[in-house]
Design a protein around this ligand. Structure first.
Ligand SMILES: [Zn+2]
Ligand SMILES: [Zn+2]
Length: 208
């Protein structure tokens, strides 16, 4: 970590650090940088580690709660996903700069380097540079699941009728298409006297 003071124009002379007595240029905290460092960590509320979920199939990253973002390594889009993962802690400081620290592409690690500023102790502006490391975990997104695993389902809707003619089913098909009720169906199987509809999410099954 690195600390600097923003210089204020018009300050002259030196004072002694109130903690260790080192001669320093005056600043509102009356402490030298080394002592201030031991007193204040402006990145305190910001997580230094995180987890990113990556779908290898479609090369997208999960942006919680359930949005998947297409992003290349070291891209702006990925940086934005990373920053959002840091949550409210980042709002307590001023973000001056953000970028990536190179990591080996197969390391399943992404490192971001952030520069932040915050006013502390009677108006002294501290600046800190720190690294946040993200572990990339593979996680297939729902969209890919739907395509990949035709037989993977949690909910099933079974429709049966006891007559010989198929007119009712034709009518039902029109209604389903009209209301797009089939959109999240992973599989449809005809079976004796009817049809089975398969779903990953129970709520999608309910819609039907
Ligand atoms: Zn000191
Ligand atoms: Zn996917």
């Amino acid at each position: 970590m690195e600390y600097t003071f923003e210089s204020k124009p018009g300050t002259t002379g030196f004072i002694l650090c109130c903690q260790c007595g080192t001669q320093i240029e005056p600043n509102p905290s009356n402490m030298c940088v080394a002592c201030l460092r031991t007193q204040v960590d402006i990145t305190e509320g910001i997580p230094k580690q995180g987890v990113l979920y990556f779908c290898r199939n479609c090369e997208r990253y999960l942006q919680p709660p359930n949005h998947w973002v297409a992003a290349q390594l070291e891209s702006r889009e990925l940086l934005s996903v990373c920053l959002k993962k840091l949550g409210g802690g980042l709002k307590t400081v001023r973000l001056i700069d953000a970028g990536f620290v190179w990591t080996e592409p197969h390391s399943q690690r992404i490192k971001t380097k952030l520069t932040v500023q915050k006013e502390v102790l009677n108006g002294a502006v501290l600046q800190q540079v720190f690294v946040v490391e993200f572990i990339v975990k593979n996680h297939m997104c729902d969209d890919c699941h739907r395509v990949e695993a035709k037989d993977f389902w949690r909910a099933c809707v079974q429709i049966r009728q006891k007559t010989k003619h198929k007119k009712t089913f034709y009518y039902l098909e029109q209604i389903i298409l009209k209301h797009k009720a089939h959109v999240n169906t992973v599989n449809i199987k005809p079976c004796h006297e009817g049809l089975d509809f398969f779903y990953i999410q129970q709520q999608d099954a309910r819609k039907l």
